[in-house]
Design a protein around this ligand. Structure first.
Ligand code: ATP
Ligand code: PH2
Length: 189
């Protein structure tokens, strides 16, 4: 007698409780202290080396005038990374902070003090959060051409939840103060 596979048997994986949805993530990188390009490349490598994170896109690099920063701050290099992940958003935030620390990011009381590396989570799928440790979508992304433009280069049809298409947001902010650095390219391992 042949045995019919039992359709009610649950695959063991589903019993581990570890299956998680895959979410699309947008991360924004910035540096205006030290070897700025090495910082951004190190961040891309560290994101790509993170278990359960798969980098799907890395934007061009922009040289950008510092916004809301202390007098005398140097220009930033900014870029955006797209990834897919099964990590919980909080774990991803912890990882972003750890990557900043690995590149000697110092946390100062001075608002927007120059920093070797900034790794911001802009969106994590459709996750919403209003905790101080994790605000999603990033509350200031819609006003920042240094985030919107490199993101637009990768995903021109993307929208920022509750704020609308990034193409429209970018039309509002304009492109003043940001310049494409055609001579610089971030590699994906
Ligand atoms: N979406 C987010 N991305 C990055 N950090 C966040 C986010 N939401 C909350 N935070 C928290 O903000 C703190 C980091 O603040 P940080 O000093 O890097 O801000 P900043 O990068 O200087 O300013 P901004 O948030 O305007 O870019 C961390 O404690 C982090 O947990
Ligand atoms: N041009 C530019 N200005 C900023 C940036 C940044 O990444 N680029 N980040 C800030 C706080 O995170 C504040 N100001």
């Amino acid at each position: 007698m042949t045995e019919t596979p039992n359709p009610h048997i649950i695959n063991a994986d589903t019993l581990t409780g570890e299956m998680r949805p895959i979410r699309r993530v947008v991360l924004a990188l910035g540096s205006n202290l030290g070897e700025r390009m090495s910082m951004l490349q190190g961040a891309v490598n560290a994101i790509a080396d993170t278990p359960d994170v798969w980098v799907t896109g890395v934007s061009p690099v922009y040289e950008t005038e510092p916004v809301d920063a202390p007098e005398g701050s140097r220009n930033y290099l900014n870029a955006v990374v797209l990834a897919d992940t099964t990590l919980a958003a909080n774990r991803l935030m912890d990882r972003a902070l750890a990557i900043e620390d690995a590149f000697e990011r110092e946390r100062s009381e001075v608002l927007n003090a120059p920093r070797t590396l900034d790794v911001d989570l802009i969106v994590v799928g459709d996750r919403r959060s209003n905790e101080p440790h994790l605000r999603l979508p990033h509350p200031r992304a819609a006003e920042r051409p240094f985030v919107l433009k490199p993101w637009f280069d990768l995903e021109p049809d993307a929208s920022l939840p509750e704020r609308g298409p990034i193409a429209d947001l970018l039309a509002e902010t304009g492109l003043d103060g940001i310049t494409l650095r055609e001579d610089l390219t971030l590699a994906v391992e």
